[in-house]
Design a protein around this ligand. Structure first.
Ligand code: 5GP
Length: 127
């Protein structure tokens, strides 16, 4: 329970913070002072990399104007990694899931970089 309606709960660390601090293993493909990129443990495509801000931002809803440079940097890292992985020419998908309806599982903002095959339609229509 919050003490007052104005009080914002402290964001809770996820497993991604431990990966960023290299406390648990992950296949880290890039890291700088702002972001860490590592291969998804359950890849949905031949290339599936997560680009994660080092600072904890739980969801896309928590992005503020102060984060504009950081969010742009995540895209620059994504396109650089796409080129390194050899998927830039054929194409790839960048994806952010937000909260329950978006299918978010880990509450530490991350950009999925997916490629290496034809990914098909973006969404499967279910209704
Ligand atoms: P979301 O559904 O939140 O957008 O995606 C979370 C992603 O994180 C999933 O694709 C999942 O496979 C990946 N993931 C969850 N835990 C770990 C982990 O411990 N290590 C790595 N490398 N990926 C993880």
């Amino acid at each position: 329970m919050l003490d007052s309606p104005d009080e914002t709960p402290m964001p809770t660390e996820t497993i991604f913070s431990k990966i960023i601090r290299r406390e648990i293993p992950a296949d880290i493909v890039y890291q700088d002072e702002q972001v860490t990129a590592f291969r998804d443990i359950n890849p949905q495509a031949p290339v599936h990399i997560l680009i994660v801000p080092n600072q904890l931002i739980p969801t896309a809803n928590d992005v503020t104007p102060d984060d504009e440079q950081l969010i742009g940097h995540m895209f620059v890292v994504a396109r650089t990694l796409a080129a390194q992985e050899g998927i830039a020419e054929n194409g790839y998908r960048l994806l952010v899931n937000c909260n329950r309806d978006g299918g978010q599982e880990v509450y530490h903002l991350h950009l999925h970089l997916l490629g290496g095959r034809r990914l098909g339609p973006m969404l499967v229509r279910q209704n």
